[in-house]
Design a protein around this ligand. Structure first.
Ligand SMILES: NC(=O)c1ccc[n+]([C@@H]2O[C@H](COP(=O)([O-])OP(=O)(O)OC[C@H]3O[C@@H](n4cnc5c(N)ncnc54)[C@H](OP(=O)(O)O)[C@@H]3O)[C@@H](O)[C@H]2O)c1
Length: 399
């Protein structure tokens, strides 16, 4: 049916590649292209021999011209960007130049400004409309499935949603004293930034990790959760009608936070370059180099993730609450695709977004967040492709 170019060859890409190969009727051909070609070749070697034809290529995704040459050569229907957020705009430019649809899992961030904002990518809306192309933004789990859950709640259960609490729990244990579950630079930039949530039409800013609660997660148990800013808050505040409050919460162990505080206090999480042995070095880049590679955590990680959304609002004039979540087991994810649950819960939705575009089910010219499409086919695909969801109509609510 179609061809996908997958850019990036890290933990998430590994899952996307496996999932595309599990669906050869949709993904007849894929090309895995990244900065380090040997990583693409290693994936090809593992998966070759099935129905999906696999090619690999070296590409610097910061360079639009290189991307254009690659896209013109492979001629995909869709580009799945699972490199880093810094490459979003160059890849979108290349898709426009070559007439190809676009999917990503994280919004653009300039290298020197650790800040989530859709404004750079939303500014491409008219260009994609005019080109008749679809750009699907944030088709991972969060952002991604959390937006689809919100659209599903809106469509089926509520007249008005007033509050959304996104709850992201990782109860996985990899046995290392300190490691991040995905790209350390992106992860640490996210956690050390100020918290922020939407309330009554304005954004309330909080000091990093200063708001803490406890939540008893199904299949995981009680965990400390901390309020963070997360990129889907911006798009959901725009797209969910009647919304008054949206917050994002993530679990962290005391141990993780102690390590993070020490690293922050000694300056290791800074993005400000320092002169080291005659070279400018960003401390966080050095830190990334000495921390365990997230891809190496897969075989060691035990336990589960639970990510979902708690909604409060009204239906037929009556108050209503609803919780929908997915539980993903690290060891089961690893046994299936060779990556832990964080990569798995991101890679499956990225494949689903691309699949819905190739099938023409989620195709409309412009730049869209996932909650702007009909959630039903995506929800069905989550159940079919490894991320089943659970509903609870009387959940515990947060204050
Ligand atoms: N929405 C969600 O739920 C969610 C959750 C987790 C992650 N994410 C996003 O998913 C993406 C991938 O995460 P990951 O954990 O797989 O990261 P990763 O393991 O660090 O992999 C990133 C890959 O991109 C490649 N890359 C980086 N710069 C490049 C460039 N200029 N040209 C070509 N390739 C380049 C890297 O190449 P090298 O191998 O040479 O370094 C690496 O293979 C990130 O954008 C992350 O923010 C989204």
């Amino acid at each position: 049916m179609g061809k996908a170019l997958i850019i990036g060859a890290g933990g998430v890409s590994n899952v996307v590649v496996h999932k595309c190969c599990q669906n050869p009727d949709v993904f007849e051909e894929i090309c895995i292209a990244s900065r380090t070609k040997s990583k693409c070749d290693a994936m090809k070697e593992k998966l070759e021999g099935g129905k999906t034809k696999i090619q690999t290529a070296q590409v610097d995704a910061d360079n639009t011209e290189e991307l254009i040459v690659l896209i013109n050569d492979f001629k995909p229907d869709v580009v799945i960007n699972v490199a880093l957020p810094y490459q979003d705009l160059t890849i979108m430019d290349a898709c426009l130049a070559t007439g190809v649809h676009y999917v990503d899992t994280a919004n653009y961030e300039p290298l020197d400004t650790p800040k989530f904002e859709y404004k750079w990518q939303w500014a491409y809306k008219e260009k994609f409309e005019k080109a008749g192309l679809t750009a699907l933004l944030g088709s991972g789990f969060d952002p991604g499935v959390t937006g689809v859950f919100s659209a599903y709640a809106q469509k089926h259960y509520f007249d008005e949603i007033h509050t959304i609490d996104i709850l992201d729990a990782n109860a996985g244990d990899h046995g290392y004293p300190f490691a991040t579950n995905f790209n350390p630079e992106i992860n640490i930039r996210e956690i050390t930034a100020n918290g922020r949530y939407f309330h009554n039409g304005t954004w309330v800013e909080t000091a990093p990790l200063s708001i803490k609660e406890e939540y008893n997660f199904p299949q995981i148990g009680p965990k400390n959760i901390y309020l963070l800013y997360h990129e889907e808050l911006e798009s959901l505040a725009v797209h969910i009608k009647g919304i008054k409050k949206i917050r994002f919460w993530m679990t962290f162990s005391d141990n993780y936070l102690n390590y993070l505080r020490v690293l922050e206090n000694v300056g290791m999480t800074s993005i400000e370059p320092i002169l080291f042995e005659g070279k400018q070095v960003q401390p966080i880049h050095f830190l990334k180099a000495v921390l365990p590679d997230p891809a190496s955590l897969g075989p060691r990680t035990k336990g589960k993730t639970n990510i979902g959304c708690v909604f409060q609002g009204t239906k037929d004039g009556q108050p209503k609450t609803y919780y929908v979540y997915n539980v993903c087991d690290h060891e089961e994810a690893y046994a299936e695709v060779g990556s832990q649950a964080i990569s798995y819960t991101t890679g499956v939705p990225a494949m689903i977004g691309a699949m819905l575009i190739i099938k023409g089910i989620w195709k409309k010219p412009g730049v869209y967040n996932v909650e702007e499409f009909d959630p039903d086919p995506y929800m069905e695909a989550l159940n079919q492709h490894g991320l089943p969801w659970v509903e609870d109509f009387s959940p515990t609510l947060l204050d």
